[in-house]
Design a protein around this ligand. Structure first.
Ligand code: PGA
Length: 244
């Protein structure tokens, strides 16, 4: 399985930034051993898709609504993402779970909506620092997988320990290995053999300097990258550490 390196720009990226990041990715992605994806804010999906058209880099959104259209002020549907040139969508990021109170049930409904529209979903899970200190990480992540993934799920899962996001702290190799194995076993229980085909990304302060170590851990199917995705050279540096 090719690893997937996905960039989550979060609430960053004006017109100039989008050109500055996507321009170098367009050519830099040639010949890489991994799949590459950028997820700009909604306002720059069209811009990114236009710059990256015909290249090896895909474009995604960072959230979508459960409905296809209608009276939902400020929301964006999966159909709108697809219409703008996106083929992927990140769902259930811990910042959305925290900032918008998104529940597992809502994330599952969004995932169904995304898949029905033809988008590939990346569903995020991960424990907080307090939950890890209490030794509850498997219980929390297991519950999120059970609640957030619809039946027959065939997308991507991203494991992002909340305490490692944007902090410069990364989980140890041993912690990543243990959690990714736990997620793999849980996916197989939940989805049968299809659970073996789900790529499980690691996210949380992934940088060029730690990428080869993290990407070499068994059951790590790629990375979900925040801060380092805002710089084309750093993002490509991570991508170069990925394995086919
Ligand atoms: P980070 O963010 O790489 O800045 O830690 C990762 C994420 O939240 O997806």
């Amino acid at each position: 399985m090719r690893q997937l390196i996905a960039g989550n720009w979060k609430m960053n990226g004006l017109a100039g930034d989008t050109a500055a990041i996507c321009g170098p990715l367009r050519t830099g992605a040639d010949g890489l051993a991994c799949d590459l994806l950028v997820c700009p804010p909604f306002t720059r999906i069209v811009t990114a898709a236009n710059i990256l058209v015909g290249s090896a880099v895909a474009v995604g959104g960072q959230d979508c609504h459960v409905n296809e259209k209608g009276a939902h002020t400020g929301d964006i549907s999966a159909a709108m993402l697809a219409d703008a040139g996106a083929t992927w969508v990140i769902l259930g990021h811990s910042e959305r779970r925290a900032d918008h109170g998104e529940s597992d049930a809502l994330i599952q409904a969004k995932t169904k909506a995304a898949v029905a529209t033809g988008l590939s979903p990346i569903v995020c899970v991960g424990e907080t620092e307090a939950q890890r200190v209490a030794g509850d990480q498997n219980k929390i992540v297991g519950g999120q997988l059970a609640g957030s993934l619809p039946e027959g799920f065939a997308g991507v899962v991203a494991y992002e320990p909340v305490w490692a996001i944007g902090t410069g702290k990364t989980a140890t190799e041993a912690d990543v290995a243990a959690m990714h194995l736990f997620i793999r076993e849980t996916l197989v229980k939940q989805l049968g053999d299809a659970g073996n085909k789900v790529r499980i990304l690691y996210g949380g302060s992934v940088r060029p300097a730690n990428a080869s170590t993290l990407l070499a851990v068994p059951h790590v199917g790629g990375a979900l990258v925040g801060g380092a995705a805002l710089n084309a050279a750093d993002f490509l540096g991570i991508a170069k550490a990925a394995k086919a």
